[in-house]
Design a protein around this ligand. Sequence first.
Ligand code: FAD
Length: 434
Amino acid sequence: MDEQADADYPPRRAGWPQRVFYYGAAHRFCSVRVQAWDGEAGRSPLKLRDEEIMFLRDGAGSGRMTGHTLVIGAGVSGLSVARTLLQLGQRVTVLERGAAGGESSWAGGGILSPLLPWDYDEPVTALALRSMAGYADWVDGVEAASGQNVEFWRCGMLALDVTAPEQALAWCAAHGMAALRDCPGTPPLAPAVPPEDNRIWLPDVAQARNPRLVAALRAAVIRQGGTLREHCPATGVLTQGGRVTAVRTVTEDFPADRVVLATGAWSGLGLTGLAATPHVRPIRGQMLLFKLEPGTLETILYRGGLYLIPRRDGHLLVGSTLEDAGFDKSTDDATRRRLHAEAADLLPALAAAQAVRHWAGLRPGSPDNIPVIDRHPDFDNVFVNAGHYRYGVTMAPASAELLADLMDGRTPALDPAPYRWQAALTRSWEKACS
Ligand SMILES: Cc1cc2nc3c(=O)[nH]c(=O)nc-3n(C[C@H](O)[C@H](O)[C@H](O)COP(=O)(O)OP(=O)(O)OC[C@H]3O[C@@H](n4cnc5c(N)ncnc54)[C@H](O)[C@@H]3O)c2cc1C
């Protein structure tokens, strides 16, 4: 898979096969210890038990076969579920309309945390923190299975101009998240940024280079025996007696014992024969990419909705916008200029730099940023993993784990109630773009 930095956008990439059809040997696993922050006393919410780590990394479970699962959508949500089911010894086929990982999962920034974690409802926190606690190990597993590096980097995040910083610090302490009032080795901020502003440094916040992460997930799914069909849009379903028996595509029907809908921002569109759709809609985000000297910035910066994400090789992402623009992925010059100017106000090295790339992606928007991870209300064998909105990369491991538990009838580690289909219908879109 290519990078945002220096290669083509995946849907245009000429060298990609139109269809991929592989079977491979099942991956074998081992247990590992978590590298999570320990907290002051007792068990931190960021500390997982060994068996939980084993699940997040390796998907260890019953291993029983439950037939053939078709996952629709090969973004981070679909590929993560596919990988988890494969690790449980199940048969999986992933159908993808375009190229795997070519939509939101490619377009985003790869920050592995909510931006201001204290600003979100508890269901967002629960899913995000569980993922964050196991992310390094989950990435280890993906890298081992794929043979690809995803550039996981615990670079920290410095949030400037935080409203009510004392409350934010108290929230961090209560949730086992390391937080300090300043960043050691302060980044090269513009002189106009006052040093005494309300800043909070979150040293444990990490990032993954998301285009590489989805490329590695894609490779892991294939190497672990999954079947991936790219450029193969699902158009509808065939049903019998309250169950879906097959998924229709333009070229053929795929028989299915179970179906997972992981169609990102398109989840609200539905498929012929599957009338009810989850409460998800596209929210556009524009991003800019710069290339600076490596080491110019070594932590994520956040201020007033704007973030700067450095990559190890000197590339730097600036984002983003929250636009209710339907399925339109176009960008505009006014936004490019505004994002550039605001970023240069923080980091002077950007003032003379030219953006090397500007793109937009469609987040799978959901009210209050709470995804739907549940069974479909009309069909017993259809499941949904969609609506992760701003934090789908962050939430991927724990969401896949939760959905796999629900599918196989295991007791989930997280309370599934907030992620239910019906719970989403009770929430309003009011805050979706704020
Ligand atoms: C600008 C921006 C910045 C972001 N920054 C971050 C961040 O820093 N951290 C973070 O955690 N998250 C971030 N996100 C959010 C994150 O990218 C998303 O929440 C996540 O990628 C959603 O993954 P997904 O798999 O659900 O959706 P997608 O990646 O969009 O995947 C859905 C897939 O389904 C396919 N599909 C749709 N319909 C069909 C069909 N009928 N048949 C077959 N396939 C179909 C699509 O082609 C697509 O490939 C950002 C998003 C954007 C846009």
